[in-house]
Ligand binder design. Structure first.
Ligand SMILES: NC(=O)c1ccc[n+]([C@@H]2O[C@H](COP(=O)([O-])OP(=O)(O)OC[C@H]3O[C@@H](n4cnc5c(N)ncnc54)[C@H](O)[C@@H]3O)[C@@H](O)[C@H]2O)c1
Length: 262
């Protein structure tokens, strides 16, 4: 799939891994439609990137909000003539909590719903609503490709730590749905790939204390540092350009395996 002159929808595009992806795809000639809750950052980025970028204030846990963003994106595509090339589902949250705490209180169901609604339901709902547009674009290239869906799981999908039951459940589900999604979409020439990062510098991780950061560094193999958002974006670019990447989960973790606790 070519990047230049195609439109890519990026949820969570106003920060961290989604933002680095938006910048990288934009630098390679893409049109980027950024869906995020964070209006200030979203508008600032669009001002910076210029006319090949659009921001839609979106809550991915709300079906109507996604529908509005898709409607806005497709109207924009009509103006630019740059058909949709893919979706990157970067919006995500973490909310740590032991399944049962020291006071014998189980984790609130609201916490579980919050994480699953954004990380899992929000991922599937965005894909679901973008697909009717992706399936109808003109197939391109020798393989007749129509587009690619790139999802974001986490190391927690495989080695979730204490207090990460809800987050690991959401990311494990995203990893699990990758192959059936690819299978459902193969007849349309649409691929599905998931990237599972370990610890990357972003707003999500910058609040970690120095003790936690040191403990994570001790668990790292090589390199012994957090990944950079640009390194994530580079893998997204490869997922778009390399047609053989399909139905699979790419661990982007420098060989790190998370310990049970920090
Ligand atoms: N940074 C890491 O170490 C790391 C590791 C593994 C997986 N991930 C995953 O990568 C993805 C991106 O995370 P990040 O590190 O860039 O974090 P981040 O906090 O920098 O960015 C996440 C973005 O998602 C947006 N968002 C949150 N809830 C939303 C909602 N309901 N609707 C729309 N947008 C919403 C936020 O406003 C923010 O802009 C997440 O899915 C996260 O779970 C991150």
């Amino acid at each position: 799939m070519k990047i230049a002159d195609r439109t890519f929808i990026i949820s969570g595009g106003a920060s961290g891994l989604g933002l680095a992806t938006a910048r990288d795809l934009h630098a390679h000639g893409a049109y980027v439609s950024l869906l995020d809750l964070n209006c200030d950052s979203g508008s600032q980025i669009v001002t910076e990137l210029g006319k090949r970028a659009k921001f839609f204030e979106t809550d991915v846990s709300n079906t109507e909000s996604i529908a509005d963003a898709i409607k806005g994106t497709t109207a924009w595509i009509k103006e630019t003539g740059k058909t949709i090339g893919g979706v990157v589902t970067g919006a995500g949250v973490g909310l740590p909590g032991l399944i049962i705490d020291k006071k014998n209180e189980p984790v609130p169901i609201a916490s579980i719903d919050f994480v699953l609604n954004i990380n899992l339901r929000g991922t599937l709902d965005l894909i679901r609503q973008a697909l009717p547009y992706m399936t109808t674009v003109e197939p391109a290239g020798p393989d007749g490709e129509r587009g690619v869906i790139i999802m974001v799981a986490s190391s927690a999908a495989f080695d979730g730590q204490m207090g990460q039951v809800a987050y690991a459940a959401s990311k494990g589900a995203v990893a699990s749905l990758t192959l059936p999604l690819a299978r459902d979409l193969s007849r349309y020439g649409i691929r599905a790939v998931t990237i599972a990062p370990s610890v990357f510098d972003s707003n999500m991780t910058k609040l970690m204390g120095s003790k936690v950061k040191q403990s994570l560094a001790n668990a790292m193999e090589f390199p012994k540092r957090a990944g950079q958002p640009e390194e994530f974006a580079r893998t997204v670019k490869d997922c778009i350009e390399n047609v053989m990447l399909n139905g699979t989960i790419i661990r982007l973790d420098g060989g790190m395996r998370m310990p049970a606790r920090l």
